[in-house]
Design a protein around this ligand. Sequence first.
Ligand SMILES: [Zn+2]
Length: 60
Amino acid sequence: MRVGARLRTPKTQPNRYPDYVTCPHCGEPEVEVWGDQPNATCHQCGQTFNYTPPADCASE
Ligand SMILES: [Zn+2]
């Protein structure tokens, strides 16, 4: 369970939420990425890097 405030009225699709990854270029730890996007753009250095979403539903 996540700690912190829980938004009860999302303004966008409830099934889409951003993930946060570390930028490989500058080390920014909170680069917002979306699971349906193959690339992420760092808001710190402005560079783009490949993003592979975690396979949370992968078959075993
Ligand atoms: Zn960066």
